[in-house]
Design a protein around this ligand. Sequence first.
Ligand SMILES: Nc1ncnc2c1ncn2[C@@H]1O[C@H](COP(=O)(O)OP(=O)(O)O)[C@@H](O)[C@H]1O
Ligand SMILES: [Mg+2]
Length: 377
Amino acid sequence: MSDSELFIGLMSGTSVDGIDAALVDFSGNAIKLIVFDYQSFDSHIRDKIQAISHADAVVSLNDYGSLDAQLGHLFSQAVDALISKAKLPASAIKAIGSHGLTVYHSPDGHWPFSLQIGDPNIIAEHTGITTVADFRRRDIAAKGQGAPLVPAFHQAVFSDTNENRCIVNIGGIANITVLPKHENAPVTGFDTGPGNTLMDLWINKFHGSSYDKNGAWAQSGSVNHELVGQLKQDPYFSALPPKSTGKEYFSLSWLYQLVDVSQFKPEDIQASLCLLTATTIADAIKQHSPATERVLICGGGIHNAYLFELIHQQLECPVESTADYGIHPDHVEAVAFAWLARQTLNHLPGNLKEVTGAKNSVILGGIYPGNTNRAID
Ligand SMILES: Nc1ncnc2c1ncn2[C@@H]1O[C@H](COP(=O)(O)OP(=O)(O)O)[C@@H](O)[C@H]1O
Ligand SMILES: [Mg+2]
C-alpha cells in the first residue's frame, strides 16, 4: 500500500487536555478527514506534565526522559485507538505527523529552542508506521520562531480568492493566520498571546476544574476594565510579528507580577482574563488585517460561549466556526499535523517564512522510518 495517501496527525497542545488524533486521506489532493479520536490525559500524567513545563521547573533528567518515553507510549496508544476505530491495518497508513507535547518554547533566548516530547522512536517502533516529529526546531534553526506552523495548512484549506479571511486558533495560546484574497499577497500570522491558558489556570486554582465550561464562571463576574488595561500593557501584545509565545510566559506568575489579585473577586478576575483574551485576539486582527471580511475560529476556545461573544462584539465582520468551512474546530490542528507530515515526506516546506520569520522555507521535522512488516503489538 505504498501509494496510500492516508496520514495520521497527532496533536497535544498547550492546554494539556489530551491527545487529538486525525486520520486524513489526501488522495487526489483533497483533504478528507476519515476518523477523529481524542484520548484525554488522566490527572496523574497531566500533573507530571504541568510539573515540568513551567518557567521555574527544576527537573531531573530521569523525570524528563521517563516522561518523554511515557508520552511516546501514550501517543502510540492513541494511534492504536484511531486505526482500530477506522478498522484499518497500520500498513494502510503512509505516515504519522506527531507534534509532541511542548514542555518549553523559548524562541527569543540567546540560544533559541522549542522542546516537544513524546519519543517518536517509540511511536514508529510500536505502530510500525513512519513517524515525522520535531517539527519546530528546523524552523528555529533557520532563525524562525518555530511557531505558528499551522498557517500553511490554513492557507491550503481555508483561503478564498473572493474574500480576505482570518483564521483564529484558540488553544492554550491563541494564534491568527491572515489569508488575503489576492493570491500574490503573503500569508501572515503570529501568536496573539493567551488563548485559554490564563482562564484555565485561574479556574483551576479556585474550583479545581480544568476549564471554565462555556465561560459561565467568567460571565458570573464583572470585567474590571482598569485591570484589563493594566494587563494589556505587557510588551508582548504591542510587539510586531514575527512573534510566538508559550504558557511558560503567560502563566499565573505573569498575572501575579502585574496585579495584586487579592484586591479583586476571583470571578471578576476570570471575567477580566476572558476580556483580555478576546481583546488581544480582536486587536491583532484589527491592526494586522484591517481588511478582514470573515473570521473563522477553531480550537477548544470556540466552546467558551462568553469568549466567542466578546470576540464577536469587537469585530465588524462575520465571526464563524471552521465547521462551516469544512473542518470541525476541534479537528483542525491534528489534521494540520497530518498535512505537515505529508509535506515533509514530499520534500516540501511546512513553514511560511513571512509567519515565523525564518530566513528560508524549510522541510520540517525528523523522519523515523516505520516497519511495514510488523503488526501492532
Ligand atoms: N465547553 C467549553 N467551555 C469553555 N472552554 C472549553 C470548552 N471546551 C474546551 N474548552 C477549552 O479548550 C481547551 C482545549 O483546547 P485545545 O484546542 O485542545 O487546546 P490545545 O491545542 O492547547 O490543547 C480547554 O483547555 C478549554 O480551555
Ligand atoms: Mg488539546
